[in-house]
Structures are given as C-alpha cells and as structure tokens.
Design a protein. Structure first.
Length: 205
C-alpha cells in the first residue's frame, strides 16, 4: 500500500509533518484532540491530519496567534493563561486550517508577527483573509523598543505599509523589532481587554 502511494506521480498533501502549536486553548468537544488539549499543561503540537480528521471544538475566548515558538515558552515561564497558537513564522495548510476552524466556530482571532517585512506581509494576509485583529504591531511599541531593538536593519517595507505611521516608525528606527523584545512580550501576554487599531492609516489621510 505504501509503495503504491509513493509511486504515484500526483503530489500528496503532507498532513503529518507540519504542525501548529496550541497552548491554553480551551476545547469543549469530546473528540481525541479536544481531550489532548484539555489534558496538557504544555503546548500541544497539532498536525493537519489532527485538524481535519478530528477537529477540536474551540472555546469562545479570543485566540492570539504568534509567529515564534519562543513566545509560548515565555508564556509558560510567566504562567500566562491566555489562549495562544504559533505558526512558526510562515503560513502553511495547517495554519490556514486552524484559522478557518476558528472563524467557522466564531472564535475571535488576534494575530501578531515580527515587525519586519515578512511579518507585516503575513499579518496583513491573516487580517484580510480571516478578519484577525492585529496586536503588538503598533507605533508605540516600535518607539518603546528604540535602540534596544534588533541590530538587523529593517530593509524595505511592503508597499501597503511604506506610507503608514507604523512603516515610518520602523524606517526611522531602522531596525527589525522581534516578538521576543520585552515591550512586545508584555503586550502579547497581557489578556485582551480593548481593541487596538492594527495598522495606523496613512499619515495625511
């Protein structure tokens, strides 16, 4: 059976190796994935197979999705109880499936990426496709990071952000601001209470 599968010329969707990490995510169903999420005090890695064969029923609390696994480790260290998921810095089928699952179940999505070119592009995609609120991607945090931000130059920005206040703040600072920065961590791991505008409008509009 495996040999026949491997000999097919048609590509096969990989539903096993790519995972998304979930931490503190309430599951209210009776399936095996629901039970795994309820029984674990640490982040749980779910595959695309998990999410398509036995999708969990997610609780109603907002789900904050981050880009770097280190954020979940910091949440463990701080004892944060905030529901978190991690896409590991890219959008794959397993990530889109999780976003769509949350959307279908009416779970509010919050997304945060690194403040660099790729992070801004991915965040915009998640916002536009799934209606996520963007968090910890704000002018005030860029300014707060200041000279303690990464020494890596910001380089160029996506055209959609080059004229925004956030884009200008990043270009003025000249540095990437990663999610591991203390200012970003404090913002991310504070439970959501109010809406924060994601990307400021073009200055002059």
């Amino acid at each position: 059976m495996i040999a026949r599968t491997l000999n097919r010329s048609t590509p096969i969707a990989d539903r096993l190796s790519s995972t998304v990490l979930l931490h503190n995510v309430e599951a209210t169903g009776d399936g095996p994935i629901d039970r795994r999420l309820r029984d674990s005090n640490a982040p749980v890695a779910l595959t695309l197979l998990d999410l398509t064969i036995s999708p969990p029923t997610l609780g109603p609390a907002p789900l904050t999705v981050v880009e770097n696994p280190s954020i979940l480790e910091e949440a463990l260290t701080r004892g944060s109880t905030q529901p978190l998921a991690c896409t590991s810095g890219q959008l794959r089928a397993v990530d889109h499936t999780l976003f769509q699952l949350a959307l279908d179940q009416g779970v509010p999505l919050r997304y945060a990426g690194d403040l660099d070119t790729a992070g801004l592009q991915i965040a915009a995609t998640v916002q536009q496709t799934y209606g996520a609120e963007l968090v910890a991607m704000e002018v005030a945090l860029v300014r707060q990071a200041g000279e303690t931000a990464s020494a890596i130059p910001i380089g160029f920005l996506p055209e959609a952000h080059s004229g925004t206040e956030l884009g200008q703040a990043l270009l003025t600072g000249g540095r990437i601001v990663y999610q591991e920065h203390d200012a970003i961590l404090d913002r991310l791991l504070t439970p959501p209470t109010t809406h924060h505008p994601p990307f400021p409008s073009n200055s002059g509009s």
